[in-house]
Design a protein around this ligand. Structure first.
Ligand SMILES: Nc1ncnc2c1ncn2[C@@H]1O[C@H](COP(=O)(O)OP(=O)(O)OP(=O)(O)O)[C@@H](O)[C@H]1O
Ligand SMILES: [Mg+2]
Length: 273
């Protein structure tokens, strides 16, 4: 058989292989807030390495510091002590290179701009995307299943569609790191399931490293290659659980004994967080 045919028939892993260097490396990161009611330790002694191309989900009770951790990585917040290294340097450098994309719980689209104009917004502000890094916004809309909606306005879209626009917008300057803070928390379960599958497919096709905050044990288990469980008061790492589910992942997989036992394990750790 010709080599080309052998190569063609070789089974391929759909998941982007992990490279060894860390995209995010936190060492003994502490964040303290001084308020009228005293000092709050939002994060204490956080050590974390997320491999390049990895997908980490963060799970933990309200107030355990999930959003704070993302804000440190995004250079929105400075740690009180410890060091954060993002894509090989300080978070501020990664941010100024436009290597970080952020998706929030609320899609936060500009209502007077069309879907396409919302996606292209990051290319227009702050000097635009670095040279050669701007992605075709129409291709991104296709990637998130919104072809044909380019000229629609945000008020014409469902919540799930608006969130897909915000994902396309976050991807338009080809960020190497995507930070997502409960992006699907406000959606109904069916839409959320569909977006979970779509997000995995986007991740597989782009190779972007993703940190994803959720309150859903199922979502954390389904999406993550690793699940970081944080405990509250003070916010600290309870456990980092590797997820060894076959690829590609499909929603139906949540019925399998392997998935059910993973969820049971995560739930039991969460109970002591
Ligand atoms: N700017 C701030 N000033 C004072 N305290 C803050 C500030 N931001 C966060 N905190 C406190 O830090 C702790 C962690 O907050 P954070 O928002 O990171 O939690 P979270 O895990 O994202 O919670 P949730 O699941 O409810 O979103 C909380 O006790 C919160 O009150
Ligand atoms: Mg939060």
């Amino acid at each position: 058989m010709a080599l080309a045919a052998l190569e063609r028939d070789r089974p391929r892993s759909v998941v982007t292989p992990l490279k060894t260097e860390a995209a995010v490396d936190l060492s003994q990161v502490c964040v303290r807030f001084t308020t009228e009611r005293g000092t709050i330790t939002a994060l204490e002694g956080i050590d974390l390495k997320v491999p390049t191309g990895g997908f980490l989900t963060l799970l933990g009770p309200s107030g355990c510091g999930k959003s704070t951790l993302l804000r440190v990585v995004a250079d929105i917040l400075q740690p009180s002590s410890g060091t954060a290294t993002v894509l090989g340097g300080p978070p501020a450098a990664a941010r100024s290179r436009r290597d970080i994309g952020f998706v929030f719980q609320d899609a936060a689209l500009l209502p007077w701009r069309t879907v396409l104009e919302n996606v292209t917004l990051p290319l227009e502000v702050g000097g635009g995307a670095p040279k050669g890094r701007a992605r075709d916004p129409r291709e991104l809309l296709e990637l998130v299943g919104l072809s044909g909606w380019e000229k629609a306005f945000p008020h014409e879209l469902s919540g799930g569609m608006r969130q897909r626009v915000s994902i396309a917008r976050a991807l338009v300057s080809s960020p190497k790191l995507l930070l997502m803070d409960e992006p699907f928390g406000a959606l109904d379960e069916i839409t959320r399931d569909r977006l979970n599958e779509e997000l995995l497919s986007v991740w597989e096709r782009t190779g972007t490293t993703i940190l994803f905050v959720t309150h859903s044990i199922y979502e954390a288990a389904f999406l993550g290659q690793q699940v970081l469980l944080l405990a509250a008061r003070p916010g600290r790492v309870q456990e980092l659980v590797p997820v060894d589910l076959p690829s590609p992942r499909r929603i139906a997989m949540r019925e399998t004994p392997q998935f059910v036992s993973l969820v049971t394990r995560l739930r039991s750790v969460l109970e002591i967080c």
